[in-house]
Design a binder for this molecule. Structure first.
Ligand code: PLP
Length: 382
């Protein structure tokens, strides 16, 4: 089976991990700060807070922004459930903003319409979480302008998008957001097996996320509320979690970052080749916004004909092509339906869901394998 995504681990990565295993610290040593430094260097954001997953990073990001009971958080229906769940962890209410029919990212027009209504009803969101689907940035300048007008915070869920650019600047620089989140799951752009990172330019938010990442405990006298009892002393000043990344994983992350631009280049070349070879078929290839240089995490086609969607998918799986579907609209998940969402609530997202198929895309996909994918697809479309 040709999978839809796969990690790219070389000997240098393996050696970096083994070196940590033989060292004094396999967690809470020097490698996590080093990995964080490599991400601030790369994105030019001021602070990076590593976590043991993007899901954890989304959670501590929401907590740092003060999201809590009674608050409203909006995200896209076409995302992994974690983009919405992080708000529920904090006791907030989740709602969705429909997608743009060409980029499949949160539509700034739909967002504005929904904000105008919410403003009249007194139900404005505290936080909006745009998701850079497939690695392509949302239209952040427009979303940021709306945040200035309506007073909501922004977390970019850039789980797909590390290495991508928006308006010629790295995604993750937080120019248009309070916090940006990356994921390092093996199917994503770089990997630490499990792992995530929160980027921000705000020292206060970074400090809070570091507290929430590690039990709400501090050893910094400046943050303490009482006199130190002695050299052993630490204080718990918040209710936090153990969301720490290990040094073993961080060493892998730092090593992977050395090849990030190469990874993005190969992904873009493969995506461009799909574009060429799939032009003039009964399907839409992924449209790129002119402000975007996508990290190309996913290559999603949309079939013109919804009737054969499932059969094309099944035929490709039978031919050994590990196609996938990103994503089932979150509001149609049973857990969210129980919270009051229904079919028909976000029609553009639901229409996308009835046509979308993710084709294999990863750095080690060979041209021969890509040809195999295309042949299987054209066969299935017949
Ligand atoms: C993968 C992913 C996450 C969660 O990432 P983990 O590191 O697996 O927790 C969140 N949001 C999106 C959009 C993702 O694709």
């Amino acid at each position: 089976m040709i999978p839809y995504g796969k990690q790219d681990i070389n000997q240098e990565d393996v050696d970096a991990v083994i070196e940590v295993l033989k060292s004094d610290f396999i967690t809470q040593g020097p490698h996590v700060p080093e990995f964080e430094q490599s991400m601030t260097d790369y994105t030019s954001a001021a602070y990076a807070v590593a976590a043991n997953s993007a899901t954890s990073a989304l959670h501590i990001a929401c907590l740092a922004l003060g999201v809590g009971k009674g608050d409203k958080v909006w995200t896209s229906p076409i995302t992994f459930v974690a983009s919405a769940n992080c708000a529920l962890y904090c006791g907030a209410d989740v709602d969705f903003v429909d997608i743009d029919p060409t980029t499949y990212n949160m539509s700034p027009e739909s967002l504005e319409e929904k904000l105008i209504k919410a403003n009249l009803n007194g139900t404005l969101p505290k936080l909006v979480i745009p998701v850079h689907l497939c690695g392509q940035s949302c239209e952040m300048a427009r979303i940021k302008a709306l945040s200035d007008q309506y007073g909501f915070k922004i977390i970019e869920d850039a789980s797909h998008a590390v290495g991508g650019k928006y308006k010629d600047e790295p995604i993750g620089n937080c120019k248009y957001s309070d916090i940006t989140i990356f994921s390092f799951h093996p199917v994503k752009i770089i990997t630490t097996a499990e792992g995530g990172m929160a980027m921000t330019n705000d020292a206060g938010l970074a400090q809070k996320m570091m507290l929430f990442r590690s039990h709400g405990i501090t050893r910094d006298p400046a943050l303490m509320t009482e006199e130190s009892h002695g050299p052993w002393y630490y204080q718990q000043i918040e209710l936090g979690y153990n969301y720490r990344l290990t040094d073993i994983q961080a060493a892998l992350g730092t090593s992977q970052m050395k090849r990030i631009d190469e990874f993005i280049k190969i992904r873009n070349e493969l995506a461009d080749r799909y574009d060429d070879l799939l032009a003039n078929q009964r399907l839409s290839i992924p449209k790129q916004h002119c402000d975007s240089y996508s990290a190309r995490h996913l290559y999603v086609i949309n079939l013109h004909d919804t009737k054969n969607h499932k059969t094309v998918f099944e035929k490709m799986r039978t031919s050994g092509i590990g196609v996938n579907l990103h994503y089932i609209p979150v509001h149609l998940q049973p857990y969210y339906k129980k919270r009051g969402f229904n079919e028909g609530d976000f029609p553009v997202s639901e229409n996308y869901y009835s046509r979308a198929i993710s084709l294999p895309l990863y750095t080690r996909l060979t041209l021969a394998e890509q040809d195999q994918v295309i042949n299987a697809l054209l066969d299935a479309l017949k």
